[in-house]
Design a protein around this ligand. Structure first.
Ligand code: FES
Length: 223
């Protein structure tokens, strides 16, 4: 990954099952992450062009997602294909949800910003096991500094890039990818490769939970 990667992590792959959607924030903007019945991942603006309902409240039906409010259906390209109140209407091409290029790598869903190139992610493992996502009330820089300063026991930081920290254990590598939800909130998506036993993952979950508790306590003290 380059030092100016335009890819932003938006979810653990394992958290978005086929036929489901989830809303999230990226730099304060609402996004929906959804997976169609073929397993393809999609990241869009989380706003229906009709009356602005969140698409993440909608229903995934095969390779379409239907808005909760009036049932307008959108294909995987974001194009509206069907309006229940006007079933015979040839829906205008202008009715479309803005979409973003999306991919999966290292057990994480990534959303492209302008200028993204798939090779930006090529240094990451293709797959990884999920640990958990951690939501903290810190800027992304502050969250990554806190993570780097407190590695899990038996791990050492071996690499960091924009929005990314990697810890190396004896037979396991943990990856922490930071999603800037807004200027003061960050999601840390944690995955692991190598020895991905249940015990290893549990240790990392406990480390992450302890880290969040300590960060919350620090925020309360500062308030
Ligand atoms: S707001 Fe989405 S269909 Fe009306």
């Amino acid at each position: 990954m380059t030092s100016a990667s335009p890819w932003i992590p938006v979810a653990l792959s394992a958290d978005i099952e086929a036929g489901t959607s989830a809303g999230t924030l990226v730099h304060g903007e609402e996004r929906v992450v959804w997976r169609d019945d073929k397993g393809e991942i999609h990241v869009w603006e989380d706003r229906c062009p009709h009356r602005g309902m969140r698409m993440s409240f909608g229903f995934v039906r095969g390779d379409h997602i239907a808005c909760l409010y009036h049932g307008w259906r959108y294909d995987t390209g974001g194009q509206c294909r069907y309006i229940p109140a006007h079933p015979d209407l040839d829906v205008p091409q202008t009715i479309k949800v803005p979409t973003f290029a999306a991919t999966e790598r290292a057990g994480i869903v990534w959303m492209a910003q302008e200028g993204a190139d798939a090779t930006d992610l090529s240094t990451l493992p293709e797959t990884a096991e999920p640990v958990r996502s951690l939501f903290v009330d810190l800027s992304t820089n502050a969250a990554l500094l806190a993570v780097t300063a407190a590695p899990p026991e038996g791990y050492r930081p071996v690499e960091s890039g924009t929005g990314l920290v990697t810890f190396q254990g004896s037979d396991v590598t943990a990856l922490i990818a930071a999603q800037p939800r807004d200027v003061a909130r960050t999601a840390l998506h944690i995955t692991v490769t190598g020895n991905t036993s249940a015990a290893t993952r549990l240790d990392l979950i406990l480390w992450a939970t302890d880290l969040r508790n300590r960060l919350e306590a620090r925020s309360l003290e500062a308030a």
